[in-house]
Write a protein that binds this ligand. Sequence first.
Ligand SMILES: NC(=O)c1ccc[n+]([C@@H]2O[C@H](COP(=O)([O-])OP(=O)(O)OC[C@H]3O[C@@H](n4cnc5c(N)ncnc54)[C@H](O)[C@@H]3O)[C@@H](O)[C@H]2O)c1
Length: 360
Amino acid sequence: MKILNLDLGDKSYPIYIGQNLLLKGELLTKYITGKQVMIVTNTTVAPLYLKKVQNLLSSFEFAQVILPDGEKYKTLGTVNYIFSTLLEKRFDRSCTLIALGGGVVGDMTGFVAASYQRGVNFIQIPTTLLSQVDSSVGGKTGVNHMLGKNMIGAFHQPKCVLIDIDTLDTLDNQQYSSGMAEVIKYALLVEYLNFFNFLQENIKDLMNRKKSLIIKMIYQSCQHKINIVAQDELETGKRTLLNLGHTFGHAIENTLGYGTFLHGEAVSVGILMATKLSHLEGHLSSKQVAKIQDLLEKANLPISIIGKINASAFMKAMLVDKKVINGNIRLILLKRLGQAFICDNYNNHLLDQVVNEFCQ
Ligand SMILES: NC(=O)c1ccc[n+]([C@@H]2O[C@H](COP(=O)([O-])OP(=O)(O)OC[C@H]3O[C@@H](n4cnc5c(N)ncnc54)[C@H](O)[C@@H]3O)[C@@H](O)[C@H]2O)c1
């Protein structure tokens, strides 16, 4: 087992990464406060792992909420259903919530934990690659609004993150690839751990799910994330870099409708759009653009939008993003491979050119 620690003063917490972790009760129970524990999961994950986790909690007053599966249920309505269950079961402020599932379950459970009785304890057990490398770490929680993705939310850090990579055994290949988009994103952001080269060299084995390499990849991805979050927990500066590809990606998800493209698939196309704009702005060479595209393709990720999106609808969707400041879309671009930067003064004609290339 490998352990990382996200250093946030009195909100610091460990991230455990390894195999068979869902059999190790003490890892989980030492982060539970109070006597009442509620597991929040969904209809897909519950039959696979709920019993396993429940078995670790025999000494607690236990409740569960099993949500419908899908991004389209990441709403205030679903969150309200969790609140109602907590209240009906008379859960008090000392309770602990456990998110068991992918990013959708994790984001909603975290949001409930942030706001139930003004904040309760919570633990993340992420079960998709995307949630293991990204969403379970860093304390961003929330839900979607009809008019924009993740528009309602809060920062609320978990007490620990338990990443049992054996849960990936049941994850399908498309979802696994979706997680790879966030992994590739880290490799482009900063030059650290020679991560881009590691991915390039091992992409075949990683896609064949070689477990020793998966552990290394998740560990290094989480290292990237915690280094940035520890410097800027509330995203007032450097953490914005983690949104590489996301302003474009969110606009794709929003315009196509949630669920048409998986989140990571939309981010993959978004990364390529940001890469191409970086090239047109004179930063990245065409060779570097090709290298990035090649890695996305080898991870079985899309490099174009499947389905029709109207360019002006796309631009409108981009304007409903948390990265929009005073009506100006703030983008994350690449100076070179391994050096991302926040860009407010790109050429709008070049942005239009990229949007037109991808939206037909
Ligand atoms: N909070 C953050 O910092 C952050 C960062 C990135 C993404 N996100 C959010 O994360 C969400 C995407 O997360 P996701 O990709 O995990 O999607 P998801 O939660 O929808 O999970 C994908 C699918 O895999 C299923 N699943 C989960 N674990 C499984 C397993 N072990 N075996 C088989 N099936 C399994 C789920 O039921 C679902 O059908 C988006 O809502 C996105 O906005 C949040």
